[in-house]
Ligand binder design. Structure first.
Ligand SMILES: Nc1ncnc2c1ncn2[C@@H]1O[C@H](COP(=O)(O)OP(=O)(O)OP(=O)(O)O)[C@@H](O)[C@H]1O
Ligand SMILES: [Mg+2]
Length: 310
């Protein structure tokens, strides 16, 4: 990604403080082509704050956000007119139907194309339910209605804050069909946040991981999962083996899996080398093999899990 080209979305050194809480510590994001991008992080990482800043709903403490080449701070209305946003808890009129809700939002936007609501309902597979009152919609149907609402303004960039939250596997499968269509058939840039790595990796081509207000990794799911094989060691002396590996400075990334199994992250070391080292030092090894790190493992290694203490 060349740095001086016009990106669809460019976030530069973005900082946000809420009093003593340093929510974003200078994050950079560049989305330079259509696609489905994941923005992943545990609770409190800064995902919603980032989306609010991009949407011009909050002012950054410092840093810059460009949509196209338009600065969100300098020209908020013009910049954000290219965005569609779905937040976590959108409000609808429960006594109006899905179609009526969209029509109301459409008129608010100053549009008079009333067929648009119907087309968008079809797109999110709510065509058949468009005449039903939204109060009777399931959670997943409301999520899809929210995406339809976010698409009303025909945005180039769609920000979806936790769109898969609370969805069942069928709902997630629907998203997996819908979001790539928005990207590849309609040329939109979709950025969705989530705290579920497996889910995001099924939907997104590219994942950026945020933790405690900092970007800790960025790449395709395949890129993120290469280069870090764990080595599973089975031994009756597993505690001693763990202590030995730690004390010899080889690794302190050690996971206890059972009474006789540990997994270690020893960058660059092959199982055969570790096996030899352990055996030379009098430790019995009954099994050793390389294991690719799962995406969930990567996420936890990079984020240390949920952060609720701020
Ligand atoms: N208005 C606010 N005032 C004070 N602190 C805030 C405010 N909004 C967010 N924060 C803090 O900023 C940090 C980031 O919050 P944010 O809501 O962006 O996280 P998140 O990644 O969206 O989390 P979640 O997965 O729980 O939705 C948290 O520590 C949060 O408490
Ligand atoms: Mg959030």
């Amino acid at each position: 990604m060349a740095d001086n080209t016009t990106a669809m979305l460019r976030v530069e050194k973005l900082e946000k403080r809420f009093g003593r809480v340093h929510a974003l510590k200078g994050i950079d994001i560049v989305l330079d082509r259509p696609g489905v991008y994941g923005f992943l992080g545990p609770n409190g990482a800064g995902k919603t704050t980032t989306f609010k800043l991009i949407g011009g709903l909050l002012r950054p403490t410092s840093g810059r956000i460009l949509i196209g080449n338009i600065d969100v701070r300098a020209e908020t209305a013009k910049a954000v007119s290219r965005l569609g946003i779905l937040f976590d808890q959108p409000a609808y009129y429960p006594y109006l139907t899905g179609r009526e809700n969209l029509s109301v939002f459409n008129r608010w936007m100053g549009r008079d194309d009333q067929n648009r609501a119907g087309r968008l309902l079809d797109m999110v597979d709510l065509g058949g339910a468009g005449g039903r009152k939204v109060g009777g919609y399931s959670w997943g149907m409301k999520r899809r209605l929210g995406i339809a609402a976010a698409l009303l303004g025909d945005p180039e960039i769609l920000l979806l804050d936790e769109p898969t939250n609370g969805l069942d596997p069928a709902g997630i499968a629907d998203m997996r069909k819908l979001l790539p269509r928005l990207a590849w058939e309609e040329g939109r840039t979709v950025l969705l946040s989530s705290h579920r790595m497996e889910e995001v990796s099924q939907i997104c081509d590219h994942v950026t991981i945020i933790n405690r207000g900092e970007i800790v990794a960025s790449g395709s799911p395949a890129e993120l999962s290469t280069g870090q094989p764990w080595i599973e060691i089975e031994s009756p002396d597993v505690d001693m083996a763990a202590r030995f590996l730690e004390e010899s400075g080889l690794t302190d990334d050690i996971k206890r899996k059972s009474a006789t199994v540990i997994e270690v992250l020893a960058a660059g070391k092959k199982p055969s080398a570790i096996n030899a080292l352990l055996v030379e030092n009098g430790l019995e090894v009954t099994g050793i093999r390389e294991k690719r790190e799962s995406l969930e493992d990567i996420f936890f290694r990079l984020t240390g899990g949920v952060d609720d203490d701020r």
